[in-house]
Design a binder for this molecule. Sequence first.
Ligand SMILES: [Ca+2]
Length: 223
Amino acid sequence: MKPQDAKFPNTSFFTNAGRLAALAAGMLLATCMASAAVITTMTVSGGTGFSAETAPDRLIGPGITASGDVTTWTHTNTSWPSDVHWLTVFGSDSWVEFDLGGTYTVGTAHIWNFNTSEADRAARSASTVRLIFSENSTFGDADDSFQDLSLSPGTGLTTYTGEHIALTQVSDVTNIRLEILTNGGNTFAAMSEVRFSAIPEPSSFALVAGMFGLTCVRRRRRG
Ligand SMILES: [Ca+2]
């Protein structure tokens, strides 16, 4: 018998109640974690620099197989122009801005780099991108913060599941600007799909913490 079992015997009502409370809290925590979901209200605009066939809205829909867990979503490897990739002139036109359609605490960036079957896939894929988080639709003012991400090129395969990068948790975000800082060296830069997931609101965690606290108090009084 372990020491803690001797201190809190299984026959104790409060021990059982505490375990049930802990189990309930754990289930609630799991529910909260599961509620971290891909933001579905997002729209995008930005640099094209080439043609409407490669417009930024290709980053949120065409080519992606959006089913189940976001980390399993795959993107087609079709050559461009095929309406499924965003392709732009690298430099002053290699940026997009996402309007999240609401206010979120953003936890994860989901990025499918340029996943064409063409030979210039790696040269046009983004290598480093800067995400600028804003609490309004204006970029360059005091509320902005940013995080730089390093990316690998798309694999060029239809089984490509992208990269899922945890972000420094930024709250109250309404708009995100993505700038391609470096690519593989080509005149053009391209990406295939970008999504973001929101994390649970702090109030959910406070509720869970409260339940754990109640459990600890009851165990302490009994012990
Ligand atoms: Ca701003």
